[in-house]
Design a protein around this ligand. Sequence first.
Ligand code: PGA
Length: 251
Amino acid sequence: MRRPLIVGNWKLHKTVGEAIALIEKLKLAIGDPGGREVAIAPPFTALYAVRGALCGTPIALAGQDCHGEEKGAFTGAVSAGMLRDVGCRYVIVGHSERREHFGETDAAIARKLLAALAAGLAPILCLGEKSKDRGRTREVITRQLETALASVERPDRVVIAYEPVWAIGSGTPATPAEAATVADLVRERLAAGWGPEMAGRTRVLYGGSVNATNAGGFLGREEIDGALVGGASLDATTFSAIVEAAPFFEG
Ligand code: PGA
């Protein structure tokens, strides 16, 4: 069985003071996560302080993005090694907002993914079709997945997040059945490239308008191993209810 993972992606929200205040509320609300894994991705500026606030808790830290190079003349960039150094376990790679607003290509995302793995981070690779491509989900997901993982030996060190672009921040999530179909497709492609055992070990999350009310529908499906949560992760009560909607895990 794969360990459920619930990730809170705070995006461009929270100063250091606000981040610490939310973490303190989250710690109380979540308490013992019952073997489920929980990770928080605050903005870069809050990572160090949040790491301190999470000390002694099982909640992990994640970066929202990293650069594909280890170091160099890349003003404004943050490397995977720097994220690891500040205490991250995970880094989100290829989020649709990065693809859309920062012009990230599948090739750039593949470099970031390798950089993350080389630094000892677990990348959370986001895949998803735009609304205009809703009839071509299979094709889009296969291309995004296979380009990103082309040079990866151990896909089970990567977490895959299916996030249909039309579902993000829209209040209109995919149905659990749609998300499960894509999770099956991801495992089918992983099995074809790396074998069924590797495919069976790789976690596939769903993201896009997950909230406390609909989370159970996704997290109750055995194909779906967790959730990547944006807006609903900014409220401690809501986010902890989403964590509770995931099955207990004894591993
Ligand atoms: P949302 O965002 O939960 O606000 O839809 C999800 C994401 O962007 O990861």
